[in-house]
Ligand binder design. Structure first.
Ligand code: NDP
Length: 500
């Protein structure tokens, strides 16, 4: 018989973390809670396995990662169902998430050698008697701490790149989605059964903190800004390098020459997919005055058509029950400050659901504009022009992604968004583009996953110079003569003392 708990709230019982469905409270699975000693042991085992994994080399690792990619692709419906049951995410959204994760595994596996492998780099005239070599070596053990909202995409965004680079990985999934995390490591072990190359430890925040202290060589964190600060402070104790993918409050800018139907469609999806629980979700829109009213009408019409419910609906339950209070507070505050609900409003929050809500003309100091809402809500404010839109969009400490709709100036506007990523005439697409780096600025964190930068994030540059001839102008030896140094100074003046 399955136990029934308060919907969505994880419970610890008999040393096990019990994951529950946010819509029904039914148990989705249970996993043993790792103590600090268990975590330290997992890291130790990963370190021992790392010798073997790194020693396999790029090609053998690529083959194994591609086998895992194949398994993920073949069993994606099974994983999507599990993500749906555990986190409440609609199955279609879960499938889209998994598709993106599969793409990242494929790209990381295929490109690690090209990006990180040993290569000769050019010498400069001043040290022409030396050759230069560069390679990127794995850090060792990478700890990955993940959130619940994208329980497949976010851990894989770090883990696949770390593994391809030759690291072993210990994952601490969110307490809300441990079953999905365990599924990932179990399937990896099916294709790499030899050693514990990719493992998971489960528990609450203190298990994450234990992972930060367990001697990992790098910690890749994805989650809220508040926890990112704690993780960085804990890792500072041992100077463990961190990669922080934190929260966001992404803006969309709609310019006068935008395709308004396309913009409205993308706005509704960007704001309300996964019930708005998306770090790079569109939470605020700035639309220029001439198109404002038409754009709002189109958004309201589309958002009003979304269905809300547990199975087969467009918008599923809110995964963390406590988030419902945040969503309600943001709506109430926006309305109290003079904003208007063009859709939804004060009664939009009906646990465990939040219904689509479109808030317009909301003052910029409202919580709904300044703080992460993480619900199927969006604010739409009117602006004079794209410059004013940019000033407002860039006014927050967050800077994760963003979106611009328009023709003539859209790319130029996207470049001026203070964010790590931007999509022009679409939303969120940069996340699935495995050739592009993903990460934020300011309170959205630092470091990059995905793409070439994402591979380098999980490796350290190793530089080697090799003498290939005697030095014509010896200087880095006590055998040098004053004449050698004179000649060197003259050579440098000749080379670099000229007008550029
Ligand atoms: P949290 O910050 O609450 O948790 C993230 C992870 O950190 C969880 O596994 C959590 O464990 C763990 N954790 C909690 N406390 C500590 C601690 N002291 N030391 C180490 N680890 C700890 O975020 P959520 O899970 O609620 O995820 C939502 C947030 O993630 C949003 O702010 C969202 O914007 C952000 N996010 C960012 C993304 C990005 O790429 N920039 C992508 C996706 C989400 P436990 O769950 O057990 O508490």
């Amino acid at each position: 018989m399955t136990a029934v708990h308060l919907p969505g709230t994880p419970v610890i019982e008999g040393g096990h973390l019990i994951s529950t469905n946010p819509a029904t409270g039914d148990e989705a699975g249970r996993l043993p809670v790792a103590t600090a000693d268990d975590v330290a042991r997992a890291v130790e085992q990963a370190r021992a396995a790392g010798q073997w994994w790194a020693g396999l080399g790029f090609d053998a690792r690529r083959d194994r990662l591609l086998r895992w990619r194949r398994l993920l692709a073949q069993r994606m419906e099974e994983l999507a169902e599990l993500v749906h049951v555990e986190g409440g995410k609609p199955v279609a959204d879960a499938l889209v998430e998994i598709v993106s994760a599969v793409e990242h595994v494929d790209w990381a596996a295929r490109n690690a050698r090209r990006v990180l492998g040993p290569r000769k780099v050019r010498s400069r005239l001043i040290l022409a008697e030396f050759s230069a070599h560069l390679e990127y070596q794995p850090h060792g053990v990478v700890g990955v701490i993940g959130p619940w909202n994208y329980p497949v995409f976010t851990p894989i965004g770090s883990a696949a790149y770390a593994l391809a680079a030759g690291n072993t990985v210990v994952l601490k999934p969110s307490e809300y989605t441990p079953v999905a995390g365990q599924w990932l490591v179990d399937t990896f072990a099916e294709v790499v059964p030899e050693r514990p190359v990719f493992t998971a430890v489960h528990g609450l925040g203190d298990t994450g903190a234990a992972l930060c202290r367990a001697g990992v060589d790098k910690l890749a964190f994805t989650g809220s800004t508040a926890t990112a600060k704690k993780v960085m402070a804990t890792c500072a104790e041992s100077l463990t390098p961190v990669l922080l993918e934190a929260g966001g409050k992404d803006a969309m800018i709609v310019d006068a020459d935008a395709d308004l139907d396309a913009a409205a469609e993308a706005c509704v999806w960007g704001a309300m997919t996964n019930a708005g629980q998306t770090c790079i979700g569109i939470e605020r829109v700035y639309a220029v005055e001439p198109v404002f009213d038409a754009f709002v009408d189109k958004v309201v019409e589309r958002a009003g058509r979304l269905t809300v419910g547990a199975d087969g609906a467009d918008v599923g339950p809110i995964t963390m029950p406590s988030q419902l209070d945040v969503i309600r507070r943001h709506i109430d505050d926006a309305l109290a400050r003079g904003g208007r609900a063009a859709l939804g409003g004060p009664d939009a929050v009906r646990p465990p659901y939040a219904h689509p809500t479109v808030l317009v003309d909301v003052p910029e100091d409202a919580a709904a504009v300044r703080e992460e809402t993480f619900g199927p809500t969006v604010t739409i404010n009117r602006v004079r022009d794209a410059d004013e839109a940019l000033t407002r969009a860039n006014a927050l400490p967050y800077g994760l992604g963003g979106s611009v709709f328009g023709r003539r100036r859209a790319v130029a506007i996207a470049r001026r968004l203070r964010s790590g990523m931007a999509s022009v005439n679409s939303t969120l697409t940069f996340a699935g583009m495995s050739t592009l780096p993903f990460g934020g600025v300011g309170e959205s964190g630092f470091g990059r996953i995905h793409g070439e930068d994402g591979l380098r994030e999980f490796a350290r540059a190793k530089a080697v110079t090799r003498r290939r001839a005697r030095s014509p102008l010896p200087s880095t030896t006590f055998e040098r003569t004053p004449a050698d140094v004179d000649r060197l100074v003259k050579a440098v003046k000749l080379l670099y003392g000229r007008k550029p």
